[in-house]
Every structure is written in C-alpha cells, then in structure tokens.
Ligand binder design. Sequence first.
Ligand SMILES: O=C(O)C1=C[C@@H](OP(=O)(O)O)[C@@H](O)[C@H](O)C1
Ligand SMILES: C=C(OP(=O)(O)O)C(=O)O
Length: 409
Amino acid sequence: MLQLKKSRLLKGGIVPMEASKSECNRALVINALAPSPAKIDNISQARDSQTMIRLLEEDGPVWDVLDAGTTMRFLTAYAALTNREKTMTGTERMQERPIGILVDALRSLGAEIEYLNQEGYPPMKIKGFQAQQSEVIEMRGDTSSQYISAILMCAPMLPKGLELRLTGDINSRPYIEMTIDLMAKFGVSVEEADERTFRIAPQTYHTDQFAVESDWSGASYWFSAVALQKDSELFLNGLRSDSTQGDKAIIDLMQPLGVEAKFDEGGLRIWNSGKVTQEAVVFDFNKCPDLAQTVAVVCGALGVNAHFKGVQSLRIKETDRTLALQEQLAKFGVTIEPVNDPYEFTISPNPEGFPTDHNPLINTYEDHRMAMAFAPLSLLMDLQIEEKEVVKKSYPHFWEDLKKVTEQA
Ligand SMILES: O=C(O)C1=C[C@@H](OP(=O)(O)O)[C@@H](O)[C@H](O)C1
Ligand SMILES: C=C(OP(=O)(O)O)C(=O)O
C-alpha cells in the first residue's frame, strides 16, 4: 500500500516523459524479423517491453508474457509465422483476454495452433507453419487492434504476400496506423487500398537506427494533475507534435476540463486555464481507450457530467476497467451507469460535492492505469493506493516523477 499525502504541483515542474511501450514493442518485433537489426534508441523500461526483449532472447519452449497484451498478440503471430514451436501463456487475467480472432487468422494462413485450456484464450501451443494457405484473409476489427497490428508486422515475411480485409467496426484505429507508420520507418510499405483493405507485398525490413518516442498515454496523468490544481503548469519533456500515437487526443479531451497545451521546444507545456465546462460532455474513446480512466476520474473530481462512448474494449483489458472505475468512483459518491453496455456509460458527479476528507483506499485490480488515473487526486486529499508496483507495466518511474513535481501541501 502506498500512502500519498495531500500535495501541490511545484511551479515550473518538468516531467521527463518515458518511452512508449506500444512503439517499443513494435520496433522490437520488427527488428527480430529484420535480417540485420537496427539500433533502437530510447528503449522502454516498461515491464511489457522488457518482457518482450527477454522472450525474444530466450530459447525455451514456453513464452510467458505475464500481463502484456501487445507482447502476447505480437509474439503469437511472430512465432506462428516464423515457424517456431512455442507455448504462449500469461497471467490468470491474460488467460481471460480473448485471442481467437488472431489465432483464426493465423490458422487460415497456414499456422498450426492448439488451445491448451479454453478455446479462444491463452495458453496455446504454436506448432509451426508449413506453407502459406491463403493470400487474402478477413479479420474482425471490433475486439482488439493488436491482432491486426500483429498480422501486419509479420505479413512481409509471407512468401505470397497478403491482402488483409477488416470487417465490422474498427476499434483503436490509431494503433493500426502507428504499426503501418513504424513498418514504413523500417523500410516496408503497406498499401491501404481503402480504409479496411491492406496489401503487403513480400519485403525485407531494413533501417540503421530507430528512436522510440515518448509516451502519450503516460502523459495523460499529468494533464489530470494540472486539471485538478488551479494556476498550475507543467512541462512534459519529449512529447512530439508529429506523433502517431492516438493518445495525443488527450490534448482535446482535457480542454473542456480546463487544461490548455502548447508545443514548445523539446516538449509540451500544459497549464490550468480555469475554464471548466458547465455543460455535460460527450467523450468518445473508440480511438484512445487507454485514456478513459484518466478522464473519468477528472470528470468525477471536477463535478462534470459526462457521457463516455467507445468504451467496449475496457471490459477486456488488464481488468474490467468499467467495473473497476464504477467501484472506485463510488467511494467518492460519483456514479457510473452503463448505457448500451459495454459500449457506453454515463458519469454523474456527487450532488454533495467531491469528498476530500476520508483518506480513501484506491483498489488497483492489477491494472497500472487504475493506480495512475487516481493518483492525481492526491492534489486534493490524502489518498492510499493499494498496489504501487502496478505502474511498472507501462510507466516504471511514475511515482518518482510525481514526487519530483510536487511538494506536500
Ligand atoms: O497496439 C497497442 O500498442 C495497443 C493497442 C490498444 O489495445 P486494443 O487494440 O486492444 O484496444 C491499447 O489499449 C493498448 O494499450 C496498446
Ligand atoms: C491495455 C493496455 O495494454 P495491453 O493490452 O497491451 O496489455 C494498456 O496499457 O492500457
């Protein structure tokens, strides 16, 4: 348990933003597929990326990805399409996160994969790849974009090339674009015939050097901190205006919650504008699901009525994030009500005001984003975080950074 004492942001605080685990895991898989690997700078210290590095170096028959979604999905495609025999497994929660859409796609390409426990979920045994069975495959886009990124990154290795057609709704689209952008940076082109059809000819990855960008998902917690303290300002060092990370959307999402942002040399300056909307706000997280928890907590704390759309994937992430938010925000009298579940929910503030006097304990559900989304509330009150180690999944220096830019109130 971590006890946070009520604190305030220091004037002129600078946060050195860490590397993006999403970009890093793509670069690592692409590099593993390249005949001569590039030098990767700014490798992420996040556990998800460190696990990826360790497994790619390990010769053993079992790849245990722990709780890393991208590592599970990217390495499943990598092992299957490069004809490796591997048992893919992970934490108990990982074994509840679906993977059937990816396994079906890999099987139709020619991979032999067997489920070891429950159909459609890890663990699976990948037995190898004999010959390419099809050149055109369809995949549903409504569950996780990670399946699509996984196939795209490995597709240039297929001897006959691939046409990948997406069906249904497409969630987390910017992550697909990030994948295509990184492939291009490693010298491989993807033809986007239309918005649901991708064509990849057989090609070889090649580049000398690649630098991983700073992480916009991690940046979102600093937007929360600034939203919660009048007259505050922070500099987020390393964020780039030309980033392909969809979570850059935090700039627009936080504007009605009183945060303004401007790119300056080397990063982003954010400050509290004092202008919090009095109206109910509709937010759509279809393209940036990892920001939903951050924004939900700020809405609750600032007393903003909100309607969240595009939240369907929250129920299949590190935990059921909709339920986790509902339970933890209830501790402050803030109500989350599912509408058209799992796609939408509403947030209604506590009619008596947001309570700040009871040193609440925030449960973390083994989800890094639960800890980091609630931590900025320590600018309003004493607060306990159940499991501080959870942040290591994506942002290992989060608590140090928080300490660096705050002082006890
Ligand atoms: O490709 C990626 O790096 C990611 C894609 C998203 O997952 P979904 O596509 O499952 O929504 C996101 O939530 C996750 O944190 C990282
Ligand atoms: C959902 C996340 O990660 P993953 O799906 O890669 O486990 C996340 O980092 O919020």
